[in-house]
Every structure is written in structure tokens, then in C-alpha cells.
Write a protein that binds this ligand. Structure first.
Ligand SMILES: [Zn+2]
Length: 254
């Protein structure tokens, strides 16, 4: 129970946090890796002497792109990184450059051998310039019995959306998390898709200003500021994630 409680308290980085990382590592773009090490089981020795062509992100995936191959970092629950400094732990992946170093800890490291444009659908990433609301709506209409709380966490539809964004988006657009997609009026479905991206950019802006939590209206909150009634907390949906909502102003479409 203690471990479960601990897990529930951990915050998995959501898409906007990966976008921040991508911005922070820009000084290493087009730089040659002069040293590589780490306790990852993936073979990364080939990276030594290679130039980083680009850093990209897809949802919660952080991508280090070389000419032919890409290293995919996923922070899962315990992952973290340090730029130009180290943590008191063995790095899963350590990259050294002439102008600094990049360290990743307790994350999942994978190698992508294929061209990443064949692997990733950029139109599904809410933070990407290629994000397609029309495609997202089409995917949502195909799964009418899915609950709104599960749909937002579906990385094939809303890559980058995590539990905080889910809770805040549903509160913002006044949709009860247990609403079925097929029962949402067209306008509400549009709002869902629109706010998944909008809120993600607000998240990015607030996170950069170190004031993300200050703006939470539902996530971890006790009282609905619109109704002055208690915010409920429930583990729900197939995803069984912590869900905060107001049963009074968030309409249940069922
Ligand atoms: Zn309310």
C-alpha cells in the first residue's frame, strides 16, 4: 500500500515538460558526442564521435536524433535529467560534448533504427506544429463508448497529455470525466480537442515561470471555485488514474 501511495504521488512528465527539455538542450544540437556511457542495456557505444542532428519530442518521448538512428528517452515514473551537472546516482545515459554534458537517470532508453518520420505520427502530438485537430476528432468518433478521462490519456490521440492536463482540461470545459465520447454534443467534442492543445501551451508557459501549480483549478484541489462545493477525487476509467472533478458543474454526458 505504501508503495502504491508513493507511486500515486509521483508526477510523470507530460508533453510540455519534454518541450522544455528540448529547448534546454539546444546548445548541444550539431555538437559531436565526445564521450558516451551509462548503465542502459541498449548499445550506445556507436554514439561516440557522432554529431547530434536534432532533438525532437513526440508526446512524452524525448528523441535524440543522429544521422541514421535515434535514441528515445521515456522518463516513465522515476526518470530525471541533469544538464551540465550530475546527480548522486549512476546515469542511465551520459553524453559528453565539448561544451557540456547531458545526463539521464532511471529512464527508459530505446534505440530507433528506422527513420523517425515513419515511426511517429506528428499530427497526434498536441505540442507539435503539425497537430491535427481534425484527425483527433475522427479518432474520437471511432470510439464512442470510451470515457472522456481515458480518451485524453490515449497517446495515439493526444500524445503528450498526462494526468494533470486531463483533469484541468475536463474541468475547464465542464465535462464530467465519466462522460462517454459518443454522447458529447459536437461543440463539446470540439472543445475537448481544442483545449487539450490550449491547456498544454498554458502548462508550458506556467511551468517555465515556475507557477504551474498555482494555476491548477481541479488537479489536487479540494474546492470548486465555480460552485464552492468539494472537488471529488476518484480513480477511474480503464487507465485508473487519479481524477479530480466537480460533480456539480462538470456535466455527465451518458
Ligand atoms: Zn463546480
Amino acid at each position: 500500500m505504501q508503495i502504491l501511495f508513493l507511486l500515486a504521488k509521483l508526477v510523470m512528465p507530460e508533453g510540455p515538460s519534454i518541450v522544455i527539455l528540448k529547448e534546454l538542450v539546444q546548445p548541444f544540437k550539431n555538437k559531436k558526442v565526445i564521450n558516451v556511457s551509462g548503465n542502459t542495456k541498449v548499445d550506445v557505444a556507436w554514439v561516440a564521435g557522432k554529431k547530434i542532428e536534432d532533438f525532437r519530442s513526440w508526446g512524452k518521448h524525448f528523441l535524440i536524433c543522429f544521422d541514421k538512428r535515434t535514441i528515445r528517452i521515456h522518463f516513465m515514473l522515476f526518470g530525471s535529467y541533469r544538464i551540465n551537472e550530475t546527480k548522486d546516482a549512476a546515469p542511465r545515459l551520459h553524453l559528453e560534448f565539448s561544451n557540456g554534458q547531458l545526463n539521464f537517470y532511471a529512464c527508459s532508453v530505446r534505440l530507433i533504427e528506422e527513420a523517425i518520420n515513419n515511426v511517429y505520427d506528428w499530427t497526434a502530438d498536441v505540442m507539435n506544429d503539425k497537430w491535427s485537430p481534425a484527425k483527433a476528432k475522427r479518432k474520437l468518433r471511432e470510439i464512442p463508448s470510451t470515457l472522456a478521462c481515458d480518451a485524453l490519456l490515449d497517446q495515439n490521440i493526444f500524445a503528450g497529455v498526462g494526468n494533470i492536463i486531463k483533469n484541468e482540461v475536463l474541468y475547464r470545459i465542464r465535462i464530467h470525466p465519466k462522460s462517454k465520447l459518443g454522447k458529447l454534443p459536437a461543440g463539446k467534442l470540439n472543445e475537448l480537442v481544442k483545449e487539450a492543445r490550449n491547456y498544454s501551451f498554458d502548462f508550458l508557459k506556467w511551468k517555465k515561470a515556475y507557477e504551474l501549480k498555482k494555476h491548477w483549478l481541479a488537479h489536487t484541489k479540494k474546492t470548486c471555485h465555480r460552485c464552492d462545493l468539494p472537488i471529488k477525487k476518484e480513480y477511474m476509467g480503464k487507465t485508473n488514474r487519479r481524477t479530480f472533478f466537480c460533480a456539480n458543474c462538470q456535466v455527465l454526458y451518458k
